[in-house]
Design a protein around this ligand. Structure first.
Ligand SMILES: [Zn+2]
Length: 262
């Protein structure tokens, strides 16, 4: 029996009472990744009364802009905008999401604690190496989370083995052919508000940017246009205004085509 004692940093909790299991868990490398890549899907789910949590691995301390404390405040602000149940930070070093037994145990802790039906995580290929590393780490943790001989203790309690039912990858910088698109038109404004919550990292229209900090790939107005244009493009593909595309690790099936009659 392998045993790990994990004590995650809860940076946001909607109520003192833990609301687990959740319907959907988003695992991300950095504090702004979930909002930038799948904020529309998250906003839609919580607007429908679904319980959603975000777990980020690093505090983003290697970013060229902002600092750990500011990024934590921004993540809490975004959690309120998205109406999350809970948000964790796993304190894995930024720039080094290593394939270690402890890091696998930290992800397993999140899977067993939140017990999500749907798990969203980074794609296999992306511009930032942390995103690719986290894809592999989550795939490994997903398998290990179902093993009875791996004991994970979270907040002093041993958690039961669990594997999410659906494994979907969200889109970050590099584009892939999504397996399906989700109409997020009605929630795209909320996504943008959550995006703008990360003001130390991204361009916010009308806001004064610090001249002391370097411009980055995502701090330009062009990156915001890129995010909006992609969502509009994907929306056009399915005849709506804005959409986000997801990749399913396993084949998707329908019990009946009646599921498509809504
Ligand atoms: Zn990232």
């Amino acid at each position: 029996m392998l045993q790990y004692d994990i004590c995650p940093d809860i940076i946001f909790q909607r109520s003192a009472l833990s609301e687990t299991p959740v319907d959907m868990l988003v695992i991300a490398a950095h504090p702004d990744d979930a909002e930038l890549s799948c904020g529309g899907v998250v906003a839609q789910m919580t607007a429908e009364g679904r319980r959603v949590a975000i777990v980020e691995c690093t505090q983003g301390e290697m970013a060229s802009r902002g600092n750990v404390e500011l990024r934590r405040q921004e993540a809490v602000y975004a959690a309120r905008i998205l109406n999350l149940c809970e948000r964790w930070n796993l304190h894995i070093p930024d720039g080094n999401i290593a394939d270690s037994a402890m890091n696998v145990a930290k992800i397993v802790a999140a899977l067993r604690y939140f017990r999500p039906n749907i798990l969203l995580f980074p794609p296999e290929f992306d511009r930032h190496p942390d995103h690719e590393s986290l894809h592999r780490l989550v795939r490994k943790a997903y398998f290990h989370s179902g093993l009875t001989k791996l004991e994970i203790i979270v907040f002093g309690k041993a958690l039961e083995p669990y594997r999410p039912k659906r494994l979907f990858c969200y889109m970050q910088t590099y584009e892939f052919e999504p397996d399906f698109y989700v109409d997020v038109s009605a929630h795209f404004d909320t996504k943008l508000q959550a995006y703008f919550a990360h003001a130390s990292q991204v361009y916010v229209p009308g806001a004064v940017q610090s001249r002391d900090e370097p411009q980055t790939f995502i701090s330009s107005p062009e990156f915001l246009e890129f995010i909006k244009a992609r969502a509009r493009h994907f929306g056009g593909k399915i005849g709506v205004e804005y959409a986000e595309g997801l990749y399913s690790v396993e084949p998707l099936g329908f019990a009946t085509l009646s599921a498509l009659l809504r």
